[in-house]
Design a protein around this ligand. Structure first.
Ligand code: CAA
Length: 386
């Protein structure tokens, strides 16, 4: 690729690759099988600086750019997507949202805990009846003097069982529609926060996905993020950046499956020669390499736009859409190249295939990304920024 990376970018990529190989690979099959959250490994990721990569050093972060974060996400996601989704939510949805839109007191209080990995964050937007249609929030936050009282249920919350801080999106004034939505910083130790059932999932099985109930949770006014009514726009802005992280995850899944497939195709022999020398397999590898490279260019481009402070809403949706579709398609091909071995856990590609599916669903389904892209295309509003 004709892209110039700095020494720092290359060092981050190598550190993430080594960490994934040495610390995540050894237990990844067992964690997936038994739905085990990688508590020790996530702690180590905090110590390595992978949980608050883009946060200013003043709050304990790495002070790095989005491209560095994406390079690290790609490498971690080649191996363990339960860890990389935890990393993505903590970095992009929680830390970035808080640093960009929170006030100084909120940042000083919470960011050092989140960047070090002492605390893990969760982003609580989805509800039983508000997934893609995010403005239909049923969770309420009633103004009660110097605090709000939050009631409601959130679904499919990543890091749900292991997080100490939630960013909760809730309706404060139903008459105002999306302008009556706010975002709150809620500590999970507060009375009324109830961690519900853990989901038994197809993929990212080590990720800690829970339903969360808020029962009369008293949240001080100073824990609201931004001006009254800013919560929906906050969620949209945060998700735009978050989608770059999930796009990088999807890219890593596809690239990880591709690397395993090339290795296997060169080693495995059939009809007297390595299967890579048969055109049926060689052409599959050629298509994989081409599509993954196209996804990579979209992902890196969206990160660069964000680093340049340009509008990246459409670019991040394009990157997430294309990378997620590529991950799904190419992990299926990776299983096919591996034949019977691809269907068993030991060879890792079946797990990557299962993990790929969620990238087409969370942080906005592929259909939602097409909605965002088509609106931009049809209004022409953001096209010049791409
Ligand atoms: N930046 C700033 N403002 C934005 C925005 C953006 N990117 N996108 C929309 N808005 C604003 C609009 O301008 C509008 O404001 P005004 O009325 O003042 O103009 C307001 O938000 C409402 O926008 P829309 O009319 O476009 O809203 P909509 O109801 O049509 O929905 C949507 C838009 C893009 C479909 C949105 O609902 C959406 O993104 N849905 C998907 C939700 C999602 O991604 N959920 C993922 C859950 S989190 C998760 O998965 C985390 C995890 O654990 C891994």
């Amino acid at each position: 690729m004709v892209t110039k990376f700095s020494e720092e970018h290359l060092a981050v990529k190598e550190a993430a690759r080594n960490f994934a190989q040495q610390e995540l690979l050894p237990g990844v099959i067992e964690r997936d099988k038994h739905m085990l959250f990688a508590t020790d490994q996530i702690k180590a990721m905090g110590e390595m600086g992978f949980l608050g990569m883009m946060v200013n050093e003043k709050y304990g972060g790495g002070g790095m750019d989005t491209l560095s974060y994406v390079l690290a996400m790609e490498e971690i996601s080649k191996i363990d997507n339960s860890c990389s989704v935890c990393m993505s939510v903590n970095n992009s949805l929680v830390c970035w949202g808080l640093e960009t839109y929170g006030n100084e007191e909120q940042k000083l209080k919470y960011l050092p805990l989140l960047t070090s990995g002492e605390w893990i964050g969760a982003f609580c937007l989805s509800e039983p009846e508000a997934g893609s249609d995010a403005t239909s929030q049923r969770t309420t936050a009633i103004d009660n003097g110097d605090h709000y009282i939050i009631n409601g249920t959130k679904n499919w919350i990543t890091n749900g069982g292991s997080s100490s801080l939630h960013i909760v999106i809730a309706q404060t004034d139903p008459d105002k529609g999306h302008k009556g939505i706010n975002a709150f910083l809620v500590e999970t130790s507060w009375a009324g926060v109830e961690i519900g059932a853990k989901e038994d999932k197809l993929g990212i099985r080590g990720s800690d996905t829970h339903t969360i109930m808020y029962n009369d949770v008293k949240v001080p006014k100073e824990n609201r993020i931004g001006e009254d009514g800013f919560g929906f726009k906050f969620a949209m802005k945060v998700l735009s950046g978050g989608r770059i992280g999930i796009a990088a995850q999807a890219l890593g899944i596809a690239a990880g499956a591709y690397e395993l497939s090339v290795k296997y195709a060169l080693e495995r022999e059939a009809f007297g020669k390595p299967i890579a020398k048969h055109q049926a397999i060689a052409f599959k590898l050629a298509d994989m390499a081409t599509e993954i490279q196209a996804a990579r260019l979209l992902v890196y481009n969206s990160a660069r736009l964000k680093d340049l402070n340009r509008n990246y809403d459409m670019a991040s949706s394009m990157a997430k859409l294309f990378a997620a579709e590529t991950a799904m398609k190419q992990t299926v091909e990776a299983v096919q190249i591996h034949g019977g071995y691809g269907y068993v856990k030991e060879y890792h590609v079946e797990r990557l295939m299962r993990d790929a599916k969620i990238t087409q669903i969370y942080e906005g389904t592929s259909e939602i990304q097409r909605m965002v892209i088509s609106r931009s295309v049809l209004t022409g509003k953001l096209y010049e920024e791409f």
